[in-house]
Design a protein around this ligand. Sequence first.
Ligand code: UDP
Ligand code: MG
Length: 322
Amino acid sequence: MGVTVRYSIVVPAFNEEAVIKETHRRLKQVMDSTRESYELLFVNDGSRDRTLEILKGISKEDPNVRIIGFSRNFGHQVAITAGMDHASGQAIVCIDADLQDPPDVILEMIAKWKEGYDVVYGKRMKRKGETFFKKLTASVFYRFLRNMTTVNIPVDAGDFRLLDRKVCDVLKQLPEKNRYIRGLVSWIGFRQTYVEYVREERFAGETKYPLKKMLRFAWDGITSFSRVPLIISTGIGMVLSIISTVTFLAILVRQVVGIQPYPWWVYLILLNLLCLGFVFIVLGIMGEYIGRIYDETKNRPLYIVSEKAGFHNEQEPNELHR
Ligand code: UDP
Ligand code: MG
């Protein structure tokens, strides 16, 4: 990757012609103030406007700017992944192009990194200029996901975060295609902390995350980190079986004791319900196995070693074990 720099700032941009110049100006200002080397890595995610043109113009004047251009729109998470693949810094910061994540916060993240943290994520204390609907759905979703998975994914944190080189290297080696990066970062571990910030209004332009993309993203998050949807049917099956068995016994007793006679089809319905219950349970069991197959195909390593001591032939510190 050629020259190494201290910091890489990864900026995914999709149709951001209205802000990209200002974003560059603000990032440059903040990063210059560190007096350390850095690169601004813009990933143009198949923009259909003048984003790429403007970026090329900027890179002619600023030697710290790098551009990666996608052949079409591949999506935000993929753009971040590409940025990290090409970043050469010792610390990598991902930040949105629309200035909703204030560039100044990067300095706070860097300070935490220098204290020895490997992951510093931005936690949104307040979200300005976003619709009530977006805030509500986001808030519900983060909490919902948290309860469905064993990975400790922080609530109210987006993709604005700093990663140490070693975390970035591990992330790069995870082969899965549906990348829900915030989940993966949590899953990786290492020393993680956060800085709080107020999410600003979009500087210009409009959101590139329409409801459809948001739902897709939420679904990726759930299905990458939880097997619950696959085994929901076990629950349904158990409830159905219990209901039908109890009712069956109840009316049988009433019939035998002679309180009330029931027509034959009542039994037929109950028998049907019971069978349906069994079918759902079997589906759930199959779901459990499919879940396991899915886990295997995700091909995440079993564990990640962060340090080793006392070995005679020292190996790379954070190699993956498959
Ligand atoms: N983005 C991208 N590809 C996409 C959608 C969005 O690279 O398909 C970028 C976008 O340019 C911005 C960031 O991802 O830098 C976050 O998008 P946006 O601000 O539209 O999302 P919101 O803040 O509304 O959730
Ligand atoms: Mg935004």
